[in-house]
Design a protein around this ligand. Structure first.
Ligand code: GLA
Length: 419
């Protein structure tokens, strides 16, 4: 991945691109495509498979999502990430083509197949001459590619500039992503747009107003919960990514979301692409809970054809998913920070609250939630439900104290109770 990344950084030829795009007009009026009112949920091929993808894998993944209950739990998108394209290297004015060997029946066949199973289909490209893994990109052919994706029946586009050109001025970024956004909105089908730029240029401040539905807030995730030294090596583990999002909650809401990157749940250190040694089931549950709490898109990255029972139970915890898909669309904020013990909380559409008691430390700890202190709530009595144990824990009129094991997030739903 590191070599891929360095190669792509060179290929993007950003110094050449910047003066050209600066001269182009930028849409001033806020625009919205009306899509992704709740964070997109689905699967993406990258985290487990990298560019080792083909038609058989995608068909089998679609079948698995139906058979294992993930579709019915809310997962909709089946997204091809980088590596579906026929050519590596510069565009050279060729049309974008799918690799005919690995995808003999083409993309439309797969999109139709996904639709026939009640799912949606996503694809990947980028604004450079080449994508991050060196495949042909969309630069200079945005309208042509948007029309092609629409003709194939695509419902989601991950548009990836790679994380290399971090100092690009915001007007340049707005033009790069705005050009594709405009091209997609000119199509007859709604296509969700993901702007993948690793958080450089603070996309949370401008992307929502230009038809972009989610934007990555940080660099690529690694298959680790908390791995010191990762960051210096480009990768963000779960806790790095969580910390990156603190303060960004206010920028997200229905139609526009902070993207904490695709899920590592179930990779178990066996990814063909990502670095990392894997995490425990508790840590994967915590990761899933936190991504749900902060309203990140929930895009599974594991091989869905061979999930073990615990991993599938994590992916299909409907009470946790409901926090992510809640119609109020309010991401959780960090309301308490006692070092390794932290509390995340958010309000839900029905007036209840979701709370995650997170123990980042290495020892079990008692954690106490005070409604008044931590949530500024004046409820006299409240009911507590544990969303991993699927149990009502009790009714309380005093602060709630519970044991939280190392790297666990106890996720609770609190509802007021009349006297
Ligand atoms: C970048 C992105 C990844 C993935 C790869 C594909 O690294 O951040 O999520 O899409 O490109 O090459």
């Amino acid at each position: 991945m590191t070599t891929t990344f360095l190669r792509s950084a060179r290929r993007f030829a950003f110094a050449f691109l910047a003066p050209l795009v600066l001269a182009m007009p930028v849409a001033a009026k806020p625009v919205s495509n009306g899509l992704a009112r709740t964070p997109p949920m689905g699967w993406s091929s990258w985290n487990n498979f990298g560019d080792s993808i083909d038609e058989k894998l995608i068909v089998e993944t679609i079948d698995a999502m139906v058979a294992n209950g993930m579709r019915d739990a809310g997962y909709q998108y089946v997204n091809l990430d980088d590596g579906w394209q026929r050519y590596k290297g510069k565009r050279r004015d060729r049309p974008l083509e799918v690799d005919p060997v690995r995808f003999p029946r083409g993309i439309k066949y797969l999109a139709d197949y996904a639709h026939s199973k009640g799912l949606k289909f996503g694809i990947y490209s980028g604004p450079g001459q080449t994508t991050c893994a060196g495949y042909t990109g969309s630069e200079g052919h945005e309208a042509q590619d948007a029309a092609l994706f629409a003709s194939w029946g695509v419902d989601h586009l991950k548009y990836d500039s790679c994380c290399s050109h971090k100092d690009a001025p915001v007007p340049v970024l707005k033009t790069i992503f705005g050009t594709m956004s405009t091209a997609l909105m000119a199509q007859r089908r709604g296509i969700v747009l993901h702007a993948c730029h690793c958080g450089w240029g603070q996309p949370w401040e401008w992307a929502a107003d230009m038809g972009i539905n989610h934007w990555r807030i940080g660099q690529d995730i690694s298959d680790d919960f908390d791995y010191p030294g990762n960051r210096e090596k480009y990768y963000f583990d779960v806790l790095d990514t969580l910390d990156r999002g603190v303060g960004l909650e206010k920028h997200a809401g229905p139609g526009h979301w902070n993207d904490y990157d695709m899920l590592i749940v179930g990779l178990n250190g066996r990814s063909k692409e990502l670095v990392g040694a894997g995490a425990s089931n508790v840590e994967y549950r915590t990761h899933f809970s936190l991504w749900a709490m902060v309203n990140s898109p929930l895009l599974a990255g594991a091989d869905l054809r061979s999930l073990d029972v615990e991993t599938l139970a994590t992916f299909t915890n409907k009470e946790i998913i409901a926090l992510n898909q809640d119609p109020l669309g309010k991401p959780a904020e960090k309301v308490r920070d006692d070092g390794v013990l932290q509390i995340y909380a958010k309000e839900l559409a029905d007036g209840s609250y979701a709370v995650a008691l997170l123990n980042r430390g290495s020892a079990t700890a008692d954690m106490t939630l005070s409604l008044r202190r931590d949530l500024a709530l004046t409820w006299k009595k409240y009911r507590v439900r544990d969303l991993w144990r699927h149990q009502d824990v009790g009714t309380y009129d005093i602060p709630f104290t519970t044991e939280v094991i190392s790297h666990e997030a106890r996720v609770l739903r609190l509802t007021p109770v009349a006297d």
